[in-house]
Every structure is written in structure tokens, then in C-alpha cells.
Write a protein that binds this ligand. Structure first.
Ligand code: SDX
Length: 393
């Protein structure tokens, strides 16, 4: 009993861990970060305030925020030797492949006297990751298009700096649009944490052995990449583009319902939510705000998404299975409108989720009762048997 929710014994026996960070009620569509509802945080806070909240448990006061923001801003530069690592990748590598490699490489840089049981070392690790992942993400994009890397600036906001590093060139500096900057900051907040999802569980399981935290984050990036998880935002936009027009929606709905067809509606359904994903509600509202700001009137992909949602939510196949749009359904449309390439969508998810991953890693190290994770299995293999004499020895 946590004062908010009473867990039935059956649930407790299946839970992989306990945590104070995020609460989800999948049946009611509730998502709380340290007790605060996600829609209030998305509309009233900024991403760095939410990072502080997830990591430390409370929203920062003005002094705490200024200090935290200063530390993050002054860790955004990347060691030039890491910059040279990019040359090891093919130019056409998927940016998530680069992020996996580079995040893992950080563990080769930040290991000397890293004591994971020292709170100050853990905080410095968290600050470095929050600060450097956006710079590395923008570098992965620049590398893929053959443009020079753009260094971070200390006079821009967190989201503004990322947009600047993504779209500025030496020939033409990028001017940050405040509406786009705010929309991206909201997208970061909506993706910041989500309890024990596959990628966070990967980080916790890797971290439970005492492994280097940067290597644990690489494990989280690897897991997030899959199309059933964070890769769904990229898969969803490609699906909407493949559907193309509203009149082709029934054909894809039929395929999604056909159990012999592996096709699933990307951006629909969730392991936990059996009603609307509360993040999708904020995301849809943000989508309309961005398209209005950019004066994008007719947006065929948005028309397809809106109609697909309407049709699916009135179809008994989806109703019976409690399949609703999730966080990935509208995010791709916003990122596409901002000019972020589809291949970078899951990198944006990883960038935003880094604070969730490192907050859970930090919480685990803080809990004295934490032990190495060791999931068990149901054995369905051969019964006990003996090796007969093997003629060929
Ligand atoms: C994220 O865990 C997290 O918190 C993740 C996340 C986070 O913030 O970390 O929220 C982020 O990963 C969101 C989910 C993104 N993935 C997608 O949008 C991919 C499409 N969705 C599906 O692959 C699926 O819905 C899952 C993986 C998301 C959930 O899978 P479940 O809960 O295991 O559901 P299921 O596969 O058991 O499906 C139950 C039924 C099945 O039909 P029946 O066997 O009962 O006949 O629903 C069907 C499924 O075939 N179904 C779908 C469907 N999703 C489930 N049918 C068509 N289209 C879909 N999208």
C-alpha cells in the first residue's frame, strides 16, 4: 500500500523491483513523475526541472535550478578524442547504431576512480549524461549527412541548444523558434521516464552487477531501438506515409487484425496502458500547436493519423484488446514538421529517456537492499538423459 494505490498480492509477486520515481496506473491512464501528473509537468515545467525532479525527488527551487542548469550547460562539450570515434562508423549507419557505440565508448573515458557507491560520483555521471547525450545525438545526425559538427552554446536553452546543434551550419546559423523549442522541450518531458519499460529494465539489470553506468546506458539505448519499443515512433511515421491517404486506412486496419500478418499498427497498443496513454493526449495537442505555428494547413499524414485513430477506436478488435494510441503515435508528426529526419526519431526518444535511465540506476545504487538481478525461467527443454558412446571420438 503506497497511499495512492493498493497492489494485489499477485502483482507484487511479479514486480521486478520497487521504485519511488514513476507511477503508472494502466487501467486509468495515470502517469506520475515523483507524484506529479505528466500533463501538469509537460505544460508547467521545463525538461531540466523534470530532470532534477526525477533524479532528486523534488522540483528545484530557483537557486537549486540555477546551479543544476549551470552544471549541465558546462558539461555539454565532448572530449575531442570521442569526436574522432565517429570516423569509425559508416556514414549511412543508423543514428541509433552510432548512439549505442558512442554511449558505450563513454565508459572507456569515464572510468578512472568512478565509485558508483559515492553519491557525488553518481551525480557527476548523471550531469555528464544529461549534458552530453544531446551533443552526441546532434553529432550523429551531422555525421550521417556529412556536415561539420556544431559545438554547443551556453546561451541557449536545453532544447534550443539541441535544435541549434542539429540545424546550424558554419555558413548559416540556425535561429531557434520559441514555439518549436517549447514543443521539443515538452516532447523531452513526455519521454523522460516510464517505470520499468524494456529499456529501463535493461539499464537496471546491467547496473545491478555494478557495471560502468555509461555502458548500462548503452544497454538501454540498444533495447529502446526496437520497433516494439522506442523504435515505434520511426516505424509509425513510416507506416502513416505508407498508408498515404485516408482511403487506404481500411486495408491496413484489416492487415493489423489478421493474425497471419505480422503487421501491427505502430503507435498503437501498450504493455501497460489499457486506455489512452496520457502522453498521447498531450502529444496530440502539441502536434496541432506546432502545425498552427508553422502555418501548415493541410497535412496529409496528420489527416491519416486522425482518421486512423477514429476508425481504430470504433473497431471492436481494438476496443476488445484495449488498443489505444500511445506516446509514439503523434510524436513523429511533430518531429517531421520540425524538420527532424525520421531516422533521428528514436534518438530523440533516447536523448529524453536518458534521465529516466540514470535516475533508476542511481536509485538502485542508493537502495541498500539492491542485489544483482537474476530473472528465472520455465524450462521447456529435454528431460535428463545420458550421453551415449559417440563413435566419432
Ligand atoms: C513504448 O513499456 C513501456 O512503457 C514502453 C513505452 C515507454 O515509454 O518506455 O511506453 C514506449 O514502447 C510504447 C509502445 C510502442 N510500440 C508500438 O507502438 C508497437 C505496436 N504495438 C504492439 O507491438 C503492442 O501493442 C505492444 C508491443 C506495444 C504491446 O504488446 P502487448 O501488450 O504484449 O500486447 P500483445 O502484443 O499481447 O497484444 C494483445 C493483442 C494481440 O492480439 P490477440 O493475440 O489477442 O489476438 O492485441 C494485438 C495483438 O495481436 N495487438 C495489436 C497491436 N498491439 C497489440 N494488433 C494490431 N496492432 C497493434 N499495434
Amino acid at each position: 500500500k503506497n497511499g495512492y494505490f493498493t497492489y494485489d498480492p499477485g502483482f507484487v509477486s511479479t514486480a521486478s523491483c520497487s521504485s519511488r520515481i514513476t507511477f503508472i496506473d494502466g487501467a486509468k491512464g495515470v502517469l506520475l513523475y515523483r507524484g506529479y501528473p505528466i500533463d501538469q509537468l509537460a505544460n508547467k515545467a521545463n525538461y531540466l526541472q523534470v530532470c532534477y525532479l526525477l533524479l532528486k525527488g523534488e522540483l528545484p527551487n530557483k537557486t537549486q535550478y540555477k546551479e543544476f542548469e549551470y552544471k549541465v550547460i558546462h558539461h555539454t562539450l565532448i572530449h575531442e578524442q570521442i569526436t574522432s570515434l565517429f570516423n569509425a562508423f559508416r556514414r549511412d549507419s543508423h543514428p541509433m547504431a552510432i548512439m549505442c557505440g558512442i554511449a558505450g565508448a563513454l565508459s572507456a573515458f569515464y572510468h578512472d576512480n568512478l565509485d558508483i557507491y559515492d553519491p557525488e560520483h553518481r551525480e557527476r555521471t548523471a550531469i555528464r549524461l544529461i549534458a552530453k547525450i544531446p551533443t552526441l545525438a546532434a553529432m550523429a545526425y551531422k555525421y550521417s549527412i556529412g556536415h561539420p559538427f556544431v559545438y554547443p552554446r551556453n546561451d541557449l536553452s536545453y532544447a534550443g541548444n539541441f535544435l541549434y546543434m542539429m540545424f546550424s551550419t558554419p555558413c548559416e546559423p540556425y535561429k531557434v523558434n520559441p514555439v518549436i523549442e517549447r514543443a521539443l522541450d515538452k516532447i523531452f518531458i513526455l519521454h523522460a521516464d516510464h517505470e520499468q519499460n524494456a529499456s529501463t529494465s535493461s539499464v537496471r539489470l546491467a547496473g545491478s552487477s555494478g557495471a560502468n553506468p555509461y555502458a548500462c546506458i548503452a544497454a538501454g539505448i540498444a533495447s529502446l531501438w526496437g520497433p516494439a519499443h522506442g523504435g515505434a515512433n520511426e516505424a509509425c511515421l513510416r507506416m502513416l506515409e505508407q498508408i498515404g491517404t485516408v482511403d487506404r486506412i481500411p486495408e491496413f486496419i484489416a492487415r493489423a487484425k489478421d493474425r497471419n500478418d505480422p503487421f501491427r499498427l505502430s503507435g498503437f497498443g501498450h504493455r501497460v496502458y489499457k486506455t489512452y496513454d496520457p502522453r498521447a493526449v498531450v502529444m496530440r495537442q502539441t502536434c496541432h500547436e506546432v502545425l498552427n505555428e508553422l502555418k501548415i494547413k493541410d497535412h496529409p499524414i496528420l489527416d491519416v493519423a486522425t482518421e486512423l485513430e477514429k476508425i481504430a477506436l470504433s473497431d471492436e478488435y481494438f476496443i476488445e484488446r484495449h488498443l489505444y494510441p500511445n506516446v509514439d503515435f503523434y510524436s513523429g508528426i511533430i518531429l517531421n514538421a520540425i524538420g527532424i529526419p525520421t531516422s533521428m526519431f528514436t534518438v530523440i526518444f533516447a536523448l529524453a529517456r536518458t534521465i529516466g535511465w540514470i535516475s533508476h540506476w542511481n536509485e538502485m545504487q542508493e537502495m541498500p537492499e539492491s542485489r544483482i538481478g537474476r530473472p528465472r525461467q520455465i524450462y521447456i527443454g529435454k528431460p535428463l538423459r545420458n550421453v551415449k558412446v559417440l563413435g566419432n571420438r
